[in-house]
Design a protein around this ligand. Structure first.
Ligand SMILES: CC(=O)N[C@H]1[C@@H](OP(=O)(O)OP(=O)(O)OC[C@H]2O[C@@H](n3ccc(=O)[nH]c3=O)[C@H](O)[C@@H]2O)O[C@H](CO)[C@@H](O)[C@@H]1O
Ligand SMILES: C=C(OP(=O)(O)O)C(=O)O
Length: 421
């Protein structure tokens, strides 16, 4: 199993090219299921979840050609097997994004239930509730969601869907399903994460009629069919935020090319309050940092609030900052698994339910630590970059799920980091 060996204590300087967003590329690959025409996605990140999604849709009968420049050319004209098997779904929750498009285009689908994962139980009840309101009949059998159109219908029908909580992939499933449904769908309480308008723009370029994306109320007029198109995947705001935190923690001066500051307001505000200098430039973000920063308290919430996907990485920074901070995780019930590993590196952290209290220490000391989920892995890499001596981060298959060549990018800006077996 691959591990990362980090010798900490070096500042980071130079330029990093930010990749396309994992959480935009995954639904956008599923959007190819909505049409028999060719769809080209540019700027698709090279990471494990994208490989898994390609495997999943190829298994359905979709052709997907990955080009040298990072584009993927997709065609679902000959899709014969609208099914997402457990073996693939279990490694990637985003597989649930196949359900809406398959149901909308073929009228039936069989998608494995994703099950729980390290960060929480993550049910899909809201996806089922919304698609049922659109005229789907969904039974859960032998661990699968077996979906068809109810009452001899030939298409899904538009509906008003108000989810009990804001759900990102739920909103994406409804957007894709509603694009091909009969009549109007109104999504209330819709997610506003930048990946949602990015998906909506792709669907619009394929002929969908969507208004209000980027707000909590999205209106979709269904059309009979969608055509192909080409789309550039938006820059990954979580990869950008991860590098911002890494440089803020180690010190240095780095330009994050293609990073979008306007997608990271909550994180950037906290980094500025901590003492880092962040400058939004024309095609990226410059981060400069020196000396020990000031610890910052924050609460994770839906966009535009502080993202849960940045909680662990910012906590790494708080571990070595001046002062005591309080981090509250409100989205997932079990997203503090990095804490015990950070404590092994010398951090002072106490957890009480949804709240972690971090008392900043002057230095961390390298040790062997275990990655438990994607962003926890990234936070341990940041902690390793500032720790004295060697840190070995084990189980980095979690990191590979969602970061495009993270260690190569870090090495290029001066980190002493290598992959070992
Ligand atoms: C592939 C992708 O884009 N993943 C992101 C997406 O995950 P994902 O879309 O799975 O997360 P959701 O926004 O759906 O989850 C938000 C909360 O709602 C709950 N919930 C959700 C749906 C449902 O049917 N029932 C239910 O109870 C979840 O358990 C969680 O507590 O948004 C999360 C929150 O920003 C991010 O951490 C993930 O990186
Ligand atoms: C939790 C994440 O991803 P996923 O929803 O794919 O598990 C993440 O990107 O941090």
């Amino acid at each position: 199993m691959d591990k990362l060996l980090i010798r900490g204590g070096r500042p980071l300087n130079g330029e990093v090219l930010i990749s396309g967003a994992k959480n935009a590329a995954l639904p956008e690959l599923c959007a190819a299921l909505l049409t028999a025409d060719t769809l080209t996605l540019r700027n698709v990140p090279r990471l494990q979840d994208v490989s898994t999604m390609l495997k999943l849709i190829r298994n359905m009968g979709v052709t997907a050609d990955v080009q040298a420049d990072g584009s993927v050319v997709l065609n679902a004209a000959d899709l014969t097997n609208p099914e997402a098997p457990y073996e693939l779904v279990k490694t990637m929750r985003a597989s649930v994004l196949a359900l809406g498009p398959l149901l909308a285009r073929f009228g039936h689908a069989k998608v494995s239930l994703p099950g729980g994962c390290a960060i929480g139980s993550r049910p899909v009840d809201q996806h089922l509730k919304g698609l049922t309101a659109m005229g789907a009949d969904i039974a859960v059998e032998h661990g699968y969601m077996v979906a068809k159109l109810a009452n001899g219908r030939t298409r899904l029908k538009g509906a008003r869907i108000a989810t009990d909580m804001v759900t990102v992939t739920g909103t994406e499933n409804f957007l894709m399903a509603a694009a091909l449904a009969e009549g109007e769908t109104l999504l209330e309480n819709a997610a506003q994460e930048p990946e949602i308008p990015d998906l909506a723009e792709l669907l619009i370029s394929m002929g969908a009629k969507i208004e209000g994306h980027g707000t909590s109320r999205i209106r979709i007029q269904g059309v009979e069919s969608l055509h192909g198109g080409a789309h550039q995947v938006v820059a990954d705001r979580i990869e950008t935020g991860t590098f911002l935190c890494a440089v803020a923690a180690t010190g240095g001066d780095v330009f994050l090319k293609h990073g979008r500051a306007e997608h990271l307001d909550a994180v950037i505000d906290k980094l500025r309050d901590a003492g880092a200098t962040i400058t939004a430039l024309e095609d990226g973000i410059r981060v400069q940092s020196q000396g020990r920063l000031k610890a910052q308290s924050f609460r994770t919430t839906e966009y535009p609030g502080f993202p849960t996907d940045m909680q662990a990485q910012f906590m790494a920074l708080n571990c070595i900052a001046h002062g005591t901070s309080k981090v509250t995780e409100t989205i997932f019930e079990n997203r503090f698994m990095h804490v015990n590993e950070m404590v092994r590196l010398g951090a002072h952290i106490q957890i009480d339910g949804k709240v972690a209290v971090i008392e900043g220490v002057e230095k961390l000391s390298g040790a062997t630590v275990m990655a438990t989920d994607l962003r926890a892995s990234a936070s341990l890499v940041i902690a390793g970059l500032v720790a004295e001596g060697e840190t070995l981060v084990d189980r980095i298959y979690h990191l590979d799920r969602g970061y495009d060549q993270m260690e190569a990018k870090l090495r290029a800006i001066g980190a002493d980091i290598e992959r070992t077996k």
